[in-house]
Design a protein around this ligand. Structure first.
Ligand SMILES: O=C(CO)[C@H](O)[C@H](O)COP(=O)(O)O
Ligand SMILES: [Fe+2]
Length: 215
């Protein structure tokens, strides 16, 4: 069962309710949080997640592209996140462990992401205790970038790692996913597809979501 997580980065922030209603046939709402330090862009933060929580029952898949995320886990959990994803590159291993423990303690699903230049092995210390892995298929920071096909072997390696150590764990991919690339990442083992520009840029959004789900 393939899940689709449209990214609000490609929505119109002045019409968020309208743009969330438009993706009601999807599985997760993907919320990109950027701090201008971990990535060279600033997006949205805790108050926006809190407001989104009030207007949708869809699971909120919050992708934290922020430095030292342990500082903000409780705030995002209290704001209503269902999944909180932190980056292995965003802090020391000890503090990543602390962030994942804080996510679990808050009753939220813990997830871990790796950037394109980070190897699958970087996930090994945490793979048994997480609910989802997010493999970036663009350099994080901006929507609308081209899919990096050189990430496909890594998606396969992460799928093998998940099947071996934590079979219930989901494998999400993010960046440049559209009708031309969905099949490639599904074949490599992904089961959750983030898509921003290809969903919000489509003339018929429910049809595009169905198309991506089929791969
Ligand atoms: O995390 C992200 C960027 O850092 C976004 O989720 C991602 O880029 C989605 O946008 P698109 O589907 O247009 O590539
Ligand atoms: Fe994202």
């Amino acid at each position: 069962m393939i899940k689709i997580a449209p990214s609000l980065l490609s929505a119109d922030f002045a019409y968020l309710k309208r743009d969330i209603d438009r993706i009601s046939t999807a599985d997760y709402v993907h919320v990109d949080v950027m701090d201008g330090i971990f990535v060279p862009n600033i997006s949205i933060g805790v108050p926006v997640v809190r407001s989104i929580r009030k207007i949708t029952a869809m699971p909120l898949d919050v992708h934290l592209m922020i430095d030292r995320p342990v500082r903000y886990i409780k705030a995002f959990a209290d704001a209503g996140a269902d999944i909180l994803t932190v980056h292995t590159e965003a802090d020391t291993p000890e503090q990543i462990t602390a962030a994942l423990e804080a996510i679990r303690a808050a009753g939220v699903r813990p997830a871990l992401s790796i950037k394109p230049r980070t190897s699958a092995e970087a996930l090994l210390p945490w793979i048994r205790g997480i609910s989802m892995v997010l493999v970036m298929t663009v350099e994080p920071g901006f929507g609308g970038q081209a899919f990096m096909a050189d990430q496909l072997p890594k998606i396969r390696a992460v799928r093998e790692m998940i099947d071996r150590y934590n079979p219930g764990c989901e494998l999400e991919v993010d960046g440049g996913i559209g009708p031309d690339t969905a099949g490639l990442v599904i074949e490599a083992g992904a089961n959750v597809l983030v898509a921003g520009s290809s969903v919000y840029g489509a003339a018929d959004i429910p049809a595009r979501i169905a198309e991506l789900r089929k791969g």
